[in-house]
Structure formats: C-alpha cells, structure tokens
Design a protein around this ligand. Structure first.
Ligand code: ATR
Length: 279
C-alpha cells in the first residue's frame, strides 16, 4: 500500500540559496519517512494564490523566508504570540481543515544553539548570567532579543546603525531592552556577559563589522549568527582575546527542528554530520 507522501517546503524569493532542503532531506532519510521538502520560489505578488495552491496540493506546512516573513502573517488564520512578538512568521502549519497556523522557530533556534554551545564551555556561563549586547535591529535581532527576554536576561542593549530601529525594539520589554548608539558598541561590549551580531556585516561579500573586543570581560561569550564564513572576523577577534565563541550554523539547524516535528511528528537532532553537510 502506498501511504500518501507528507509534503512540506520552504517559500521565498529567490529561494535557490536556501539550505533548508538539505537539512530536512537529511532528517527525512535519517528517519525513513515517506516525506518530501522542496524549495518553492514565489514572487511577492503571487504569494496568496500560491499559498492556497500549496494547501490544495495537501502540503502539511512550509517554512517562510525573505521576503515573505511579514506578509505571510496576513494570510494566516492564526498566529501564535511568539510570532506576534517577533513580528515575523517563519513556519506555517496547515491544519486538517486547511487553515494556516503561523509560528516562529527562530527564537527556539537561537536559544537552543546557545544552550548546546554553553554545555561545551566547561564553566558556569549561562545566557541569563548578565547583560547582553545585540548588534542590529532587523528581523534576526528581534528573534534574538525575544529569546534573551524569554531566558530572563536582566538587561539587553541593542546597538544599531539606525538608532530609531533599535529604539523600536525597546517595546518588546521596556524595562529590559535599552537602545544604545552604534558608536557606543565598544564601551557596551566591555560591560556584558554576551554579545551577538545579527547584522549582515562580516558575511562573505559584505562590509566588515568593526568592533573592539579588547575591553570584554574574560567570561563573556561572543556569537555571530552569520555562518558564511563560519569563523567571521568577529569570532576570530574574540578567540584572539581568549573569549568563548558560538558560530552561526547551529541557529539555522536548531530552528528547523520544531517545524520538522510539527509536520512529520518526529523531533530530529542536530548532529556533526548534518553540520558538515550544510557547511
Ligand atoms: P534581518 O532580517 O536578516 O535581520 P534586516 O532586517 O535587513 O535583516 O536587518 C539588517 C541589519 O543589519 C540592520 O540592523 C542593519 O542596520 P540598519 O537598521 O541601520 O539598516 C544592519 N546593517 C546592514 N548593513 C549595515 C552597515 N553597513 N553598517 C551597520 N549596520 C548595517
């Protein structure tokens, strides 16, 4: 008997560069599932029509990437509070009645990656152990800030080139999140337990991220969500100062886990083999 194939995918525009098919295909094979995961190119004007097509074709759900992460919220019948707080949906689950449920797994990916990295540090560092500095104020920054709020970080400084965008993030938790001037990032870096770059700076082909980590506390952890290159100049500088680092690939892998679970009923693991495959 041919059991019906469970279908999922990722929608974006352009989508060819997406690593998600590689990740989900690996888990589909690993768990021997009768399932598929495809990259689906959807130009913005066709979003609504094409999403309805996917529902008609029996898709169990899909990931959502640039530029649809905000627009998809309007098409969802229900969006959970986490996605609402982040202001973006990156995962859609098609319910049995064909309605669309939107959530955001980037927050989970961000926190799980940090937790798993912290286990390897061999000293008592915790995410909530002190203030944090977030560089950037875009969609990735919002997911990171929400993750830090959920973990109970006492003070979160957000430094962004455009100060007003950093200021906007304060409403996520007014007593905890504080916008700081981009020019003050070196000083603030010296006062925190954790630093994360969520900007595109330092990515292959982009401008470098200029920051001075020489004043950092010796226990501070430095994380870059950029994963191409894996060891960015920020992480190299952190290592040169003997600071602990967390690379960006783990967030990408961990954010995929709850989506896979929601569509296919199995919570997959992040392994070194998967990491090597994606890199
Ligand atoms: P994402 O959703 O991936 O976070 P985004 O919303 O476009 O992408 O955000 C990109 C971030 O990188 C922003 O914080 C942006 O700063 P601005 O808000 O001032 O645009 C930051 N960024 C991009 N290029 C930058 C540069 N040359 N110098 C400083 N920050 C930069």
């Amino acid at each position: 008997m041919n059991e019906k194939i469970k279908k999922a995918g990722v929608i974006g525009y352009p989508i060819a560069h997406s690593k998600s098919p590689l990740i989900h295909d690996y888990w589909i094979k690993q768990h021997g599932l009768n399932a598929s995961y495809e990259a689906i190119d959807i130009p913005p004007p066709n979003l609504e029509e094409r999403v309805h097509d996917l529902v008609d074709q029996g898709y169990r759900g899909f990931n959502v990437t640039i530029p649809h992460k905000q627009a998809i919220m309007m098409l969802c019948d229900d969006v959970d509070t986490l996605a609402e707080k982040v202001g973006a949906v990156n995962t859609v689950i098609v319910k049995e009645d064909g309605s669309l449920f939107g959530t955001n797994t980037d927050v989970f990916g961000f926190v799980e990656n940090l937790r798993s990295a912290a286990q390897g540090f061999g000293y008592g560092w915790t995410i909530a152990g002190g203030p944090a500095l977030v560089l950037g104020a875009g969609g990735a920054a919002r997911a990171a800030v929400q993750g830090l709020i959920n973990e109970g970080v006492p003070e979160i400084f957000v430094a962004n080139r455009t100060f007003d965008k950093a200021k906007d993030l304060e409403s996520m938790s007014p007593l905890v999140v504080k916008a700081v001037e981009w020019d003050k990032r070196d000083i603030v870096a010296g006062r925190v337990n954790f630093i994360v770059n969520t900007t595109s700076l330092g990515m292959t082909g982009q401008e470098p991220l200029e920051i001075d980590l020489s004043g950092c506390h010796e226990d501070a952890v430095v994380h870059d969500i950029v994963y191409a290159p894996l060891y960015t100049d920020l992480l190299k500088q952190a290592r040169a100062h003997d600071l602990r680092i967390v690379t960006g690939i783990g967030m990408l892998l961990h954010q995929a886990r709850p989506a896979f679970h929601a569509w296919f009923g199995v919570m997959p693991d992040v392994t070194e083999t998967l990491e090597d495959l994606v890199l």
